[in-house]
Ligand binder design. Structure first.
Ligand SMILES: *Cc1c(COP(=O)(O)O)cnc(C)c1O
Length: 229
């Protein structure tokens, strides 16, 4: 693919996001496109960057770290979206701007302790397991408030919102029902005094439904970069 072709492709996706914002009465440009570049080579990230994308998502800590070291481009922003083991927190604390998948206080505490003083606070979302699927990572809806309270106290983190990876539903109405639960959970935290402004929800298969329910960051891999091996 030439750069021109790939920019046209990215523009198509941006146009689709804009159309969704309009269709669902969202503010223009209120949805950030996070380009999920996991498993994809550095050249593809550079190409997407040249087309104007700035936020890139990775789900392996070492891969995020290595790519961030290699691609130290102005204004590029690395987002971690995967499960994180506590022995890998330093890689994220040092290189990420955002961490979407905090699912326990221990990880948050380590990230805060290890965040370099010269960097701005690490932006945090708590991952919620909405349908309470066993074996899947994420806090249950009932655990979120307590963890949110503790995370909000940590000095080098800024608690921004909630993230979820729902089980795939093919019907848009079902997709919306689950995303609405995440939005309502954020609204109830805000009614309790939190000031959360971020819903990280929606992927290639379900981002229109997520935008309809108030997503502020959609995490798109396949639609931008093609299928992964
Ligand atoms: C891989 C991944 C995505 C992107 O999924 P696509 O279906 O390829 O858009 C989004 N979020 C998370 C947490 C992921 O791991």
């Amino acid at each position: 693919m030439t750069t021109v072709d790939s920019c046209a492709h990215i523009e198509t996706i941006r146009k689709s996001i804009t159309d969704c914002e309009q269709r669902f009465q969202r503010e223009p440009n209120s949805t950030t496109l996070l380009a999920v570049s996991k498993t994809k080579p550095a050249e593809m990230i550079v190409q997407a960057y040249q087309c104007g994308l700035r936020a890139f998502g990775e789900n392996y800590a070492q891969e995020l770290y290595d790519k961030a070291c290699e691609l130290d481009l102005p204004d590029i922003e690395w987002h971690f979206i995967g499960p994180l083991q506590s022995n890998k927190t330093r890689l994220i604390a040092e290189k990420a701007a955002w961490m979407h998948s905090v699912d326990r206080l221990k990880i948050a505490t380590r990230l805060s302790d290890q965040r370099p003083a010269e960097l701005p606070p690490l932006q945090i979302c708590l991952q919620v397991n909405l349908e309470n699927e066993s074996g899947k990572s994420g806090l249950s809806a009932t655990e979120v408030k307590e963890v949110a309270k503790a995370v909000a106290q940590l000095p080098h983190l800024q608690l921004r919102g909630l993230m979820s990876i729902p089980v795939p539903h093919s019907e848009e109405s079902e997709q919306r029902r689950v995303f609405a639960e995440l939005r309502q959970l954020m609204e109830s935290l805000n009614a309790d005094g939190f000031q959360l402004d971020t819903l990280s929800m929606g992927m290639t298969a379900d981002y229109p439904a997520a935008i309809a329910e108030g997503s502020t960051i959609i995490r798109i891999g396949t639609a931008l970069f093609g299928a992964r091996n």
